[in-house]
Each structure stands twice: as structure tokens, then as C-alpha cells.
Design a protein around this ligand. Structure first.
Ligand code: NAD
Length: 256
């Protein structure tokens, strides 16, 4: 379905971003990866699906590097058609103890980076009159949890950004939407499971059970593959008129 299209997925060396990159590649898209850690492993997984794959190491807290990454993607593949703004970090602390540099990093990586990628990628998408911007927000873009003030602020921000840019482009072939996952068992969440296990002197399994029981009525983690299939749908012609939504995939979290 996506043959001839190019996707740039930020933060795609692990977790949800890697799942998105794999699903888009399976649909025939060329993919530019980004992020830290096991770059070669991620590249090999995507390349095994047969399409072209590339990597840019832009730090998503640095606007000049982000702009260079978008330009590199357009130069290498000729187009940037699907932009998945996924890179994100977390820090958990009460607001009065929240380290200032963690606040700044979360706002930069989880929110401002999407502004920079989008403003750089949109002119090309509009010129071709086709594009998809998928912002990986969170249920924390819709509701809050204590001790996550920076994350909740950034994720509410990206949901607002999604709506505004969707309206600006409503009569074009470019759609902008957000996906709002609940708990997904990725390295980002495993850190929170580990902290809970250590704090309560409980097993990993018990910490996971408690984490889910607190917020996610299905008592199941969503998988990166399930989110990636939603992303593929949002790239399909059936989704041409879906604009500015914040679509939660959360086992019932925000229905409560
Ligand atoms: P993850 O830690 O597995 O992946 C994060 C990715 O972002 C990695 O590839 C990492 O290298 C990259 N990254 C981090 N800082 C970066 C930087 N400065 N520059 C470039 N890349 C950077 O986490 P994940 O759970 O897959 O999270 C992906 C997105 O999904 C995040 O935006 C997160 O907020 C969101 N999300 C996750 C969950 C969940 O339960 N895991 C729920 C809701 C939303």
C-alpha cells in the first residue's frame, strides 16, 4: 500500500517507534530511522523486510539537527511522505523536586521536536498534496497522572499542536493525527516497572500487574504492533478525512 512512499520515524531504535518503522516497511515504504542505542539491530530488522532503510542520528532536543535530518531524508529518498513523531522520554517526580534540566528535555524531545520536524516536512508534503503526520502522544495527552507534570504538559501540548496543524491543512492531502497509547511494555515503561518492584520489594510480574490494575482496565499491555497497525490504517485512503483526532488505544484507561 505504501510503495514509493518514504517514512521518517523519530525514536525508532526501540519500542513503539521500531514497531511503526517495521509496519510501514512491511507496507512497502522506505524508512529513515532515528534514535540512540542499538542502531544496527534496528536497521537490520527493517532492512530484512526488503525496502530501503537509512538512519540519521539527530538529537531530538536540537532544532538544527532535526532540520538537517529532514533535509537528509528528502535528499536521500527524494520525498518525505509519512512523518511519525515518536521520540520521547519520561521522568517521574513531584513538581517541586522536578529537575529543571529534565523538564526542559521532556518539553524539547516530547513536544518541540514535533514542531521542528513538522514545519520542515510540511512544504514538501503540501507540494505533492499527500502526507501523513502521526504524533505519538499518550493517554497523558488526554488525562493526567501525579508526578508526571512535564510529560503530561508535553503530551497535552502535542494533542493541541495536532489539532491546530490539522486545521491549517484541512483542505490539503496532508492529514495530521495523534495516537494516544496507554501502557505499552517498552524500555520506557520497564524502567517504571523496575522502580515499582524495587520500591515495594515485589517481583517484576507483580509490579506489572499492579501497574496495569491501577489504570488500564483490560489488564493487558497494548503492543507496539497493535499501534503500528493503527498507524498503517491512518496512512490508508480510508483515513483521508480523519483529521486532528487523538485516538486512544488504552484498554479502557480514559473511559473511566
Ligand atoms: P522507548 O524508550 O522504547 O523508545 C524511545 C525512543 O526514543 C528510542 O528509540 C530512543 O533512542 C529515542 N530517543 C530518546 N531520546 C531521544 C533524543 N533526544 N533524540 C532522538 N531519539 C531519542 O519508549 P517507547 O515506550 O517506545 O516510547 C515511544 C513514544 O511513545 C514516546 O513518545 C512515549 O512518550 C510514547 N508512549 C509510550 C507509552 C508506553 O507505555 N510505552 C505510552 C504512551 C505513549
Amino acid at each position: 500500500m505504501l510503495e514509493g512512499k518514504t517514512a521518517l520515524v523519530t525514536g525508532s531504535t526501540s519500542g513503539i517507534g521500531l514497531g511503526m518503522a517495521l509496519a510501514l516497511a512491511r507496507q512497502g515504504a522506505h524508512v529513515m530511522l532515528n534514535g540512540f542505542g542499538d542502531v544496527e539491530g534496528a536497521k537490520a530488522e527493517v532492512a530484512a523486510l526488503g525496502g530501503r532503510v537509512s538512519y540519521h542520528g539527530a538529537d531530538m532536543s536540537k532544532p538544527a539537527e532535526i532540520e538537517a535530518m529532514v533535509r537528509a531524508c528528502e535528499a536521500e529518498f527524494g520525498t518525505l511522505d509519512i512523518l511519525v513523531n515518536n521520540a520521547g522520554i519520561q521522568h517521574v517526580a513531584p513538581v517541586e523536586d522536578f529537575p529543571v534540566e529534565r523538564w526542559d528535555a521532556i518539553i524539547a524531545i516530547n513536544l518541540s521536536s514535533a514542531f521542528h520536524t513538522t514545519r520542515c516536512a510540511l512544504p514538501g508534503m503540501k507540494a505533492r498534496n499527500w502526507g501523513r503526520v502521526l504524533n505519538i502522544a499518550s493517554v497523558h495527552g488526554l488525562v493526567a497522572s501525579a508526578q508526571k507534570s512535564a510529560y503530561v504538559a508535553a503530551k497535552h501540548g502535542i494533542v493541541g499542536f495536532t489539532k491546530s496543524v490539522a486545521l491549517e491543512n484541512a483542505t490539503t492531502g496532508v492529514t495530521i493525527n495523534a495516537i494516544c497509547p496507554g501502557w505499552v511494555l517498552t524500555p520506557l515503561v520497564q524502567k517504571q516497572v523496575d522502580a515499582r518492584a524495587a520500591q515495594g520489594d515485589i517481583s517484576n510480574e507483580e509490579a506489572k500487574r499492579q501497574l496495569l490494575a491501577e489504570k488500564q482496565p483490560s489488564l493487558q499491555f497494548t503492543t507496539p504492533d497493535q499501534l503500528a497497525e493503527l498507524a498503517v490504517f491512518l496512512c490508508s485512503p480510508a483515513a483521508d478525512n480523519i483529521r486532528g483526532v487523538a485516538w486512544n488505544v488504552d484498554g479502557g484507561w480514559v473511559a473511566q
